[in-house]
Design a protein around this ligand. Structure first.
Ligand code: GLP
Length: 241
């Protein structure tokens, strides 16, 4: 694994954006696995800047997002579809039909999850997966568990995640209790994984994932078994390494 430590979140984000841009330059029709949360925001800002400078194009790319809250409509202010539109898709030349975010309103979320995995496989799998990490070591919405779940699935969110994510909602009560999340298989099958973690509240999860045992209690620890992972950290997130 490659561990890169930067002075601050903006620099870590810019460096992660360069890895994504390099992937698109190498293979314009890349399948990108994209992530939400506050950590990727500097990544998307820099990608938009690179696009506006003519350095990179998304015209041939395809994207699959990691996760979505069950029960939120695509235009809900806290949905991950809306986040992606506002933070990236609306500002670059990505084809709307090439962007995929799990459907929070799917009438049969389990059936939807199976189809989502099939679609990713049919697209050739993910070339580059961007990830954040939860304070409890989750990736996507793969919460601490006694096993790893391979396929896309419906997850019951933990109190820790509801607490961490309530800042985006009016109150904790409004945070959906379930989400659709890509499983561990599609992430591990990605050609390259770029995980961005910034801030001191991620330091313990980063330490456990990189130096601890591989355990489903810290889902990100499974990345130790991936051959091409970049840990893009700021000094605060790297402070316990
Ligand atoms: C959510 C998302 C994750 C993300 C995590 C951390 O739970 N499902 O994909 O990595 O939050 O988010 P943040 O970057 O805002 O700390």
């Amino acid at each position: 694994m490659k561990i890169r430590i930067y002075d601050n979140a903006e620099q870590a984000g810019s460096a992660a954006a360069l890895l994504i841009a390099a992937q698109l330059i190498k293979k314009p029709d890349s399948v990108l696995g994209l992530a939400t949360g506050s950590s990727p925001i500097p990544v998307y800002k820099q990608l938009i800047a690179l696009y506006k400078a003519g350095a990179v194009s998304f015209a041939k790319a395809v994207s699959y997002n990691l996760d979505e809250y069950v029960g939120l409509a695509p235009d809900h202010k806290c949905s991950y579809r809306r986040f992606m539109q506002e933070e990236l898709f609306d500002h670059v030349d990505m084809r709307p039909e090439a962007t995929h975010v799990p459907d929070g309103l799917a009438t049969d979320p389990d059936a939807f999850a199976a189809e989502y995995d099939k679609a990713i496989r049919a697209a050739g799998g993910i070339d580059l997966q961007l990830l954040g990490i939860g304070r409890n070591g989750h990736i996507g919405f793969n919460e601490p568990n006694d096993h790893f779940v391979g396929g896309c699935h419906v997850v019951d969110l933990t109190e820790s995640t509801i607490d961490a994510n309530k800042r985006f909602f009016n109150s904790a009560d409004e945070v959906p209790r379930q989400a659709l999340s890509l499983g561990i298989s599609a992430i591990l099958e990605a050609g390259t994984v770029v995980l961005i973690a910034t801030g001191s509240d991620k330091a313990q999860a980063v330490r456990d994932a990189i130096h601890g045992d591989i355990t489903p209690r810290v889902q990100a620890s499974i990345l130790q078994s991936h051959r091409d992972v970049y840990w893009m950290l700021d000094k605060a997130a790297a402070s316990l390494l």
